[in-house]
Design a protein around this ligand. Structure first.
Ligand code: SF4
Ligand code: SF4
Length: 151
């Protein structure tokens, strides 16, 4: 982020585990190699079986094929069953929500995200440094991309 962020005084967020962001709506949960390794540990499965059972290849905004979790027919995340079944090993995208570049890039996007998440603007105050650190963590763990790769 090059311009001064709107959250220099921090942002309030505490997850109440309502599961709204894991259910009901279609969406992508992108996976990095580290995420896959964590899922291998949580599900006690090898990488190929996890990709085959729980994942799908989707097209990103650049037109590349990238790895995401699947959804059930009712749009719930494939790993949701009365709560996240891999909570302690859940993907970094889930861990860092709502401190995503796409959400904290403006106060307006932050407020829009808040309409779907009761944890936004409530609870613990997260400092600018914490928020920047969440964004950097994701930037350091690229999503698995099979465009041009042998996967
Ligand atoms: S919608 Fe917000 S409060 Fe509900 S589980 Fe997701 S992050 Fe937590
Ligand atoms: S992996 Fe877990 S936390 Fe992430 S969307 Fe699926 S059920 Fe929700």
């Amino acid at each position: 982020m090059t311009k001064k962020p709107f959250f220099t005084s921090g942002l309030k967020f505490s997850c109440n585990r309502c599961s709204s962001c894991c259910r009901y709506d279609s969406g992508f949960v992108f996976l990095s190699e580290k995420d896959l390794n964590k899922l291998m540990f949580a599900l006690n499965m090898d990488k190929d079986s996890i990709i085959k059972t729980y994942c799908r290849w989707v097209t990103d905004w650049k037109g590349d094929e990238v790895l995401s979790l699947r959804e059930k027919s009712n749009k719930d995340c494939i790993l949701w069953d009365s709560g996240c079944t891999v909570y302690t090993e859940r993907p970094l995208q889930c861990v860092t929500f709502p401190f995503w570049d796409s959400i904290v890039s403006s106060a307006e996007y932050w407020e829009i995200a808040g309409t779907g998440c009761p944890g936004i603007n409530n609870g613990d105050l997260h400092t600018e440094k914490e928020i920047e650190s969440a964004i950097e963590m994701r930037a350091c763990q690229p999503i698995i991309n099979r465009t041009g790769a042998d996967l």
